[in-house]
Design a protein. Structure first.
Length: 318
C-alpha cells in the first residue's frame, strides 16, 4: 500500500514507518517537528519507499497521487508540565491535532477511499472507575481538567472517526494505546520512563511523585507496533486496546530501573507534581486484541528495559 502517516518523526510514528517499509509498503511521513525528532527518521534518508513532508496536520493537507491507507499519529503526548514538549505546555496545538488534524486526515482518506487508522489513547478512560479497562467502558474524565486538552481531543477524534465510518462508509480503525516505552523516546519529554532511566544512569536518586502507589502497565514499542499493524490489516472498526496487561506500581518500577542500572542513589519522594486528575490505576483489558487480532505482548518488562536503557546510554554518551 501507499501510506500517509502523520506524526512520522515521533516515538511511535517513526517505529511504525520502519515496520510499514519492512513489510513492503511505501510511506509518506508528515510531521511539523513540534514534538517529533528529525533524527528518528534520519536512517530512512534515501530509502526509495519513504518520502517526507514537513507540515502541520491541523492545516489543509494535499496528498499527491493515490493514498491507500492513512494513519493519524500526530499529537503531543507527555502530561508532564515541566517538559516544554508536553501537552500542558502545548494545549492549543494538542487540541488542534486531535480535532482539525483528525478532520484533515479523514478528508485525505475519504478523497482516496483509503482505510484510516486513528491513534487514540488509554487517556480517554480518564481516571478509571473500572479496572482493568475494557473498550466498552465510557470513562471517567474531567472535560475541563488539566489533562482535558489531550483526553478530550482524543475523545473527539474517536467520535469524528466513527461519524465518518457511519455517515460516509469510510473504512476506519481506532487503536487505544496504553503506556509504551522503548528507543526513540525523548530524554526531555518528561514521561516516567526517560525520566527514571536518565536519573538512574546519571547516578541520581529517582524522583517519584507522591508515594509511588499509582500503577501503570508498560508495553514495549515493538509489541505495540505489531498490534497496530495487525489492526491496520484487519476489518475491525470498533476501538481496540493495545497495551501490556501486567500492572506495576511506579515505586516498584523505579526500584527495578535502579537495580538494572546499578544505581545506589535510591529513590526520593517529592511533592506530587502530577496533573490534578492523574489516573491512579491504568491497566488494559486486551481480550478483544487477543480474540480479533491474535495479539498479545511478547516482550517482558526486564527485556524491554534492557534495550531501552542501552538506547539512553547512547543518547547520554555513556
Amino acid at each position: 500500500m501507499r501510506i500517509l502517516i502523520s506524526g512520522a518523526a515521533g516515538f511511535l510514528g517513526s517505529h511504525l514507518c520502519d515496520r510499514l517499509i519492512k513489510e513492503g509498503h511505501t510511506v509518506i511521513g508528515l510531521d511539523n517537528f513540534i514534538t517529533g525528532n528529525p533524527m528518528n527518521l534520519a536512517h530512512l534518508a534515501g530509502n526509495e519507499r519513504f518520502s517526507f513532508i514537513k507540515h502541520d496536520v491541523s492545516e489543509y493537507i494535499f496528498a499527491p497521487d493515490k493514498i491507500e491507507a492513512v494513519l493519524h499519529f500526530a499529537s503531543p503526548a507527555s502530561p508532564n508540565p515541566e517538559s516544554p514538549f508536553s501537552y500542558p505546555n502545548l494545549p492549543i496545538q494538542t487540541m488542534k491535532a486531535g480535532a482539525l488534524g483528525t478532520h484533515n486526515m479523514l478528508g485525505v482518506a475519504k478523497a482516496n477511499a483509503a482505510r484510516f487508522l486513528l491513534a487514540s489513547t488509554s487517556e480517554i478512560y480518564g481516571d478509571p472507575l473500572e479496572h482493568p479497562q475494557t473498550e466498552s467502558y465510557w470513562g471517567h474524565a474531567d472535560p475541563i481538567g488539566f489533562r482535558s486538552v489531550y483526553d478530550e481531543a482524543k475523545r473527539f477524534a474517536e467520535a469524528l472517526t466513527m461519524a465518518y465510518h457511519r455517515f460516509h462508509g469510510l473504512d476506519t480503525r481506532i487503536v487505544r494505546i496504553f503506556n509504551t516505552y522503548g528507543p526513540r523516546m525523548r530524554l526531555d519529554d518528561g514521561r516516567v520512563v526517560p525520566n527514571f532511566i536518565q536519573q538512574a544512569l546519571l547516578g541520581n536518586p529517582i524522583s517519584v511523585y507522591g508515594d509511588g502507589a499509582q500503577t501503570r502497565s508498560f508495553c514495549y514499542v515493538d509489541d505495540l507496533i505489531e498490534g497496530i499493524y495487525r489492526l491496520l490489516l484487519s476489518d475491525e472498526h470498533m476501538p481496540v486496546n493495545i497495551g501490556n496487561p501486567s500492572e506495576i506500581s511506579i515505586k516498584e518500577f523505579a526500584e527495578k530501573i535502579n537495580t538494572k542500572v546499578g544505581n545506589k542513589a535510591g529513590i526520593i519522594y517529592e511533592e506530587d507534581k502530577r496533573l490534578g486528575d492523574d489516573p491512579q490505576r491504568r491497566q488494559p483489558d486486551i481480550t478483544r486484541a487477543r480474540t480479533i487480532l491474535g495479539w498479545e505482548p511478547s516482550t517482558n518488562l526486564d527485556m524491554g528495559l534492557e534495550k531501552t536503557i542501552r538506547y539512553f546510554q547512547g543518547q547520554l554518551g555513556l
